[in-house]
Write a protein that binds this ligand. Structure first.
Ligand code: 16G
Length: 240
């Protein structure tokens, strides 16, 4: 497996070898990797080299370390295309995963100046403030906060938002969700987010803000989400 005469660095060869085992399913999420020492002995390479390969794979999200316990295979990240305007429910269904929501908060509140301006409504006009943990096969993936004009999207209930918001807007209200602008930036989970997402405080997350519009340009939602960086990566096709 390891060719010491190759111009390819040994740590890189080992890295590729472990990646291959993960991709082929010979190493599964949660599996413990043999200790660095074992790899070093087996391939007659230094432990430093093995550590370098492991560290690289940890940084790329293929592996994770548990203090005093060893190195383990991480869950595969969800590769989220950035082109289409889809809902969480649709995204999970296309992947054969079961979408779910855990409702944290549901209330009609007067719009703050900032929310009002983004939704093109007047300050203090009623808006739904909805906070949900989005689940894939029961695992928390994201913590989403939506602001939606209550005068535009009538009849929202806890039951509806426990299912799909987009399905209600399009299927029941017959409004056509048309476009969105989205901002993604990196951050770390605070105590509350960490608890809800079942990650450690300070773990990397991605903050996503989406402004979504109907066909005639009316803003339909303002969404602020915290996505687990260990479970998501974003993909976009480009052309020049
Ligand atoms: C996605 C959207 C969110 C939308 C939700 C509707 C992002 C960052 N967010 O999570 O804006 O409100 O889908 O999902 O993509 P639902 O129809 O399953 O409720």
């Amino acid at each position: 497996m390891i060719n010491k005469n190759s111009p390819i660095p040994i740590y890189y060869q080992l890295e590729e070898h472990i990646k291959e085992l993960i991709e082929k399913g010979e190493l599964l999420p949660g599996d413990a990797l043999p200790p660095e020492r074992e790899y070093a002995e087996k391939y007659k390479i230094s432990r430093m080299t093995v550590r370098q390969a492991f560290t690289q794979l940890v940084n790329e999200g293929y592996l994770y370390r548990l203090q005093g316990k060893g190195t383990f295979v991480a869950e595969r990240k969800i590769e989220q295309p950035l082109q289409g305007l889809t809902s969480f429910t649709e995204d999970m269904k296309t992947r054969g995963m079961i979408p779910g929501s855990q409702l944290i908060h549901f209330e009609i509140i007067p719009a703050s100046k900032q929310v009002a301006s983004q939704l093109s409504i007047s300050e203090f006009a009623p808006v739904y403030e909805i906070k949900r943990i989005r689940l894939a096969d029961g695992v928390p993936m994201a913590y989403e906060t939506n602001y939606i004009s209550a005068n535009l999207i009538k009849g929202l209930t806890e039951q509806i938002v426990n299912q799909s918001l987009y399905a209600y807007i399009e299927g029941q209200l017959h409004l056509k969700i048309d476009s969105a602008s989205q901002m993604i930036e990196s951050s770390i989970a605070n105590q509350n987010e960490a608890k809800l997402l079942k990650i450690s405080k300070g773990a990397p997350v991605m903050l996503i803000q989406r402004n979504t519009y109907l066909k005639d340009g009316t803003p339909v939602e303002l969404v602020k989400s915290v996505y687990r960086a260990d479970r998501y990566k974003f993909m976009i096709q480009m052309k020049r």
